[in-house]
Design a protein around this ligand. Structure first.
Ligand code: ADP
Length: 324
C-alpha cells in the first residue's frame, strides 16, 4: 500500500504541494483530479522519486522510501507526453525497463509480445515509434510502464491526447487491465469524465491541497465543497436560500405565461441569458434577480429565447447542501 503523509514540495519557496495525504491500497484505482497547475504532476514525480519533498513522507507497506532511488521503488510512471524513445522501435521501448533489470533477450521478447497484445497492438513490435498515431503511442507508453510489473502504476492524463471514440474504447481496456493486475494504480487528470470512468476513489486537488477524498460515487453525488461542486459541473447557488450545489438536471425552467398554472412554490424569477447544445441535450443559462447565472438542462428542442422571463424551480432531492 502506498501512503503519502503531509507531503510538501516547493519550487522557489512556492508550494506546489502543501500538505497532501493520500493512500492507494493494493488493487485500488485512485484518481487525483483537479485543475491545471494544482500539483498533480508534481505529486506523481515526487512519489516516483524524481522530486525531493521539503516535508512529509512517502511509504510503501510501512517502509519509508526517502532513501530509495526511483529505479528501486518498483513504481511505473506513464508520462503525459508518452516520452517514448523516438530512435527505438516499439519492442525497444516496451522492453526498456526489463533490459535495465538485466533480463535475457528471449524472455524480454516474449513479455513484450504479451504486453502488446494486452494493449491491443499485437504485431507492432518492429514498428518505428515515429510511424505510430497518437493513440498507438499512448498504448506503447502504457505497455512500457506495465512491462516490469510495477507494484504501483502511475498514469499522468492517460487519455489526454485521444479523440472521443478512442477514449471510450481505452477506458474499458484500462479498467480490464487494472482489474486483472490487482495492483495499486494512481492516476491524475483534469478531466472529471476520465476520473469517474476509471477510478474507485477520487481525490480532488486544488492549489496543492486535498479538497475532498472519497469513493468516486460519493464525490460525484456529494461534493464536499463549493469548489469541488463547481469543478464537477454543478451550479453553486444561494438563490433558493442556503448555499447548495445542484446539477442542471435538478432545475426546471418555466417561461412566464407558458404554463396554465402559476409558478410552483419556492420558484425564483429569472431571465434567459443564452442557450447552448451539449452532447445529448440543451443547456439554457438564466440569470436570477441577484445576478447569479445558473445552467438548466433542457430536453425539448423548443428553447426559450434570450431575454425571456421565467421561473426556476428546484428538485429538492437533487440539491446538495454545502458548508457556508
Ligand atoms: P498539474 O499537474 O496539476 O497541472 P503541476 O504539478 O504541473 O500541476 O504544477 C503545480 C505548480 O508547480 C504550478 O504552479 C507549476 O507552475 C509549478 N511547477 C511545476 N513544476 C515546476 C518546476 N519544475 N519548476 C518550477 N515550478 C514548477
Amino acid at each position: 500500500m502506498l501512503e503519502v503523509a503531509g507531503l510538501v514540495v516547493r519550487y522557489d519557496r512556492v508550494p506546489a504541494l502543501d500538505g497532501v495525504d493520500l493512500r492507494v491500497g493494493d488493487g485500488e484505482v485512485v484518481c487525483v483530479l483537479g485543475p491545471s497547475g494544482g500539483g498533480k504532476s508534481t505529486l506523481l514525480r515526487t512519489v516516483a522519486g524524481l522530486e525531493a519533498p521539503a516535508e512529509g513522507a512517502i511509504a510503501w507497506d510501512g517502509r519509508d522510501l526517502r532513501d530509495v532511488p526511483p529505479h528501486l521503488r518498483r513504481f511505473g510512471l506513464m508520462f503525459q507526453d508518452h516520452a517514448l524513445f523516438p530512435h527505438r522501435d516499439v519492442a525497444g521501448n516496451v522492453g526498456f525497463g526489463l533490459r535495465m533489470q538485466g533480463i535475457d533477450a528471449p524472455t524480454i521478447r516474449a513479455r513484450t509480445d504479451e504486453l502488446l497484445t494486452l494493449v491491443g497492438l499485437p504485431g507492432f513490435a518492429d514498428r518505428p515509434v515515429r510511424s505510430l498515431s497518437g493513440g498507438e503511442q499512448q498504448r506503447v507508453a502504457l505497455a512500457r510502464a506495465l512491462a516490469p510489473n510495477p507494484r504501483l502504476l502511475m498514469l499522468d492524463e492517460p487519455l489526454g491526447a485521444l479523440d472521443r471514440a478512442l477514449r471510450e474504447r481505452l477506458v474499458d481496456e484500462l479498467r480490464a487491465i487494472f482489474l486483472r493486475r490487482e495492483r495499486a494504480v494512481l492516476l491524475v487528470t483534469h478531466d472529471h469524465e476520465e476520473a469517474f470512468a476509471l477510478a474507485d476513489r477520487v481525490v480532488v486537488l486544488r492549489d496543492g491541497r486535498v479538497e475532498q477524498d472519497a469513493d468516486a460515487a460519493t464525490v460525484w453525488a456529494r461534493p464536499a465543497t463549493a469548489f469541488v461542486a463547481g469543478f464537477l459541473g454543478y451550479n453553486v447557488t444561494t438563490a433558493f436560500g442556503s448555499q447548495i450545489a445542484v446539477r442542471p438536471e435538478g432545475l426546471t425552467l418555466t417561461p412566464d405565461g407558458s404554463a396554465p398554472t402559476d409558478a410552483p412554490a419556492g420558484a425564483v424569477a429569472v431571465t434567459v441569458v443564452d442557450r447552448t447544445f451539449r452532447r445529448d441535450h440543451f443547456r439554457v443559462r438564466v440569470r436570477t434577480a441577484a445576478g447569479e447565472v445558473l445552467d438548466v438542462a433542457f430536453r425539448e428542442p423548443d428553447l426559450p429565447a434570450a431575454g425571456t422571463p421565467g421561473h426556476l424551480a428546484l428538485d429538492p432531492a437533487a440539491a446538495v447542501p454545502l458548508p457556508a
